[in-house]
Design a protein around this ligand. Structure first.
Ligand SMILES: *Cc1c(COP(=O)(O)O)cnc(C)c1O
Length: 431
């Protein structure tokens, strides 16, 4: 399998090259040259296969001969080694809980798969790879955890001092070993700007082999298909495919779901559940795709003004708008509606949503009201304990901290404090 660049100005590459590079040299996104079909017999009998087997069969055509079968099987087994349950919330709506991984957010799955692939690809190479990321919260934690103790890979994470939640900061700064946290006395935009300059710095790139771990990397994007298959494996209504609502920011997660559908997974419809950062809604109503500055919301991991993965969804439908529109709608949910939904669902069902999941729940509920008889699920992308202030204020109750988190909260923060400005980052990386 080869991957072409969506800008079509760079040569096609295999999975190894695409995963190591991240973005194509022409600044396009890598996209598979064909969409492999999953054996219909497997789709009919999903419940007869283990999650590892399903994941292996889904990803195998994408990695081609860049990873041998035994290694690939080990990688997927380590990627999906925690539960991903589909939990009923109402009689028509279920929650696909993606927050049972080590950092309590769905990004664990992509980060765990990508880290192990890179570790495999750099084995035996003299030069180590340095993964450089700027984070506003969740990405950094998942990447840190995913790459922890992966040989041949050093991870450098920049985060804005005082602007990530206490749980998120602990996830970034307490691992040590090959994970290095730089606490920047500035904003997320400062961190992002420093990282971008590093990638453009030829002198630095001669000395260190840099790569990024953001969601445009195929090794993070493609494994996100797995849990859509796992959801269908637990789906109780054969013959009635689900409507799926995906809380969306950069649109990598929903795009993976749509790819799974194009590979044969039965899905009735997708809903991109957005907060006020909803440029895709305007596009789907017949307008243009116009990037905007992101505005801050309660569901802050979705505060994206220019969703980079949307181009992949267009690519999936051969850029034919009516085909895309038949399978995808979107909904815009305000912060006030998010809060009301957390409160209402908790009061009526006892189920505790995080702000991202709440956006997904309400978008799905609205869609189902107009689609009689249909049923569906939303992706619960993070554990509510990651957003305790909002959730506890609304429900009036403290959120029980999962056992896995308690020891981490005791550990000491290890970070290197630096001032904003590229030279500070360069000095650190060259040293
Ligand atoms: C990253 C993230 C999202 C958005 O996912 P995309 O793939 O960027 O659309 C939603 N919810 C949570 C909790 C996230 O961390």
């Amino acid at each position: 399998m080869n991957y072409y660049s969506t800008n079509r100005q760079s040569p096609a590459v295999d999975f190894r090259e695409a995963a190591i590079r991240g973005q194509a040299p022409d600044r396009g996104l890598y996209f598979p040259e064909r969409i492999p079909q999953v054996d219909p017999e497997i789709i009919r009998r999903l419940a007869d296969f283990s999650p590892e087997e399903i994941a292996f069969r889904v990803i195998r055509p994408y990695t081609g001969d860049t990873i041998d079968e035994a290694t690939l099987y080990r990688i997927v087994s380590e990627t999906v080694n925690f539960p991903i349950p589909l939990v009923p919330v109402t009689d028509r709506i279920a929650s696909l809980e993606l927050f049972h991984g080590p950092t309590l957010a769905f990004k664990d799955i992509g980060a765990r798969f990508m880290s192990r692939c890179l570790g495999h690809f750099t084995r035996g190479e003299k030069q180590k790879i340095t993964v450089l990321v700027a984070t506003s919260g969740d990405t950094g934690g998942a990447v840190a955890n995913g790459f922890y103790q992966v040989e041949g890979v050093e991870v450098v994470i920049l985060y804005p001092s005082g602007k990530v939640s206490p749980v998120q900061e602990k996830q970034l700064t307490t691992l040590g070993h090959n994970i290095h946290a730089l606490e920047v006395a500035g904003s997320f935009d400062d961190c992002q700007a420093m990282v971008k300059q590093a990638f453009a710095d030829e002198e630095l790139c001669r000395q260190r082999f840099l790569t990024s771990a953001n969601s445009i990397n195929v090794a993070r994007w493609l494994p996100q298909q797995f849990y859509y298959f796992f959801a269908l494996r637990q789906w109780q209504y054969p013959g009635q495919p689900p409507v799926i609502a995906v809380p969306s920011g950069n649109f990598g997660n929903i795009c993976a779901g749509m790819l799974a559908m194009q590979s044969g997974l039965p899905v009735q419809h997708f809903i991109a559940a957005c907060n006020r950062n909803d440029i895709v809604s305007a596009y789907l109503e017949g307008g243009e795709l116009l990037p905007r500055m992101a505005v801050p919301t309660l569901s802050n991991a979705m505060d994206v003004g220019n969703p980079s993965n949307f181009i992949r969804i267009q690519e999936l439908f051969g850029k034919v708008f009516p085909l895309l529109k038949a399978k995808l709608s979107s909904a815009t949910i305000t912060d006030e509606e998010t809060e009301d939904t957390i409160e209402k669902v908790f009061r009526q069902t006892g189920y505790l949503l995080d702000p991202h999941g709440a956006v997904g729940f309400l978008a799905l509920e609205r869609y189902l009201q107009a689609a009689s008889g249909a049923k569906g699920f939303f992706l619960e992308t993070a554990h509510p304990v990651k957003f305790p202030e909002a959730v506890e204020r609304i429900t009036g109750k403290p959120i029980p901290v999962p056992d896995t988190l308690a020891p981490m909260m005791e550990r000491e923060k290890q970070s290197i404090f630096i001032h904003p400005g590229y030279q500070h980052l360069k000095d650190y990386l060259m040293a």
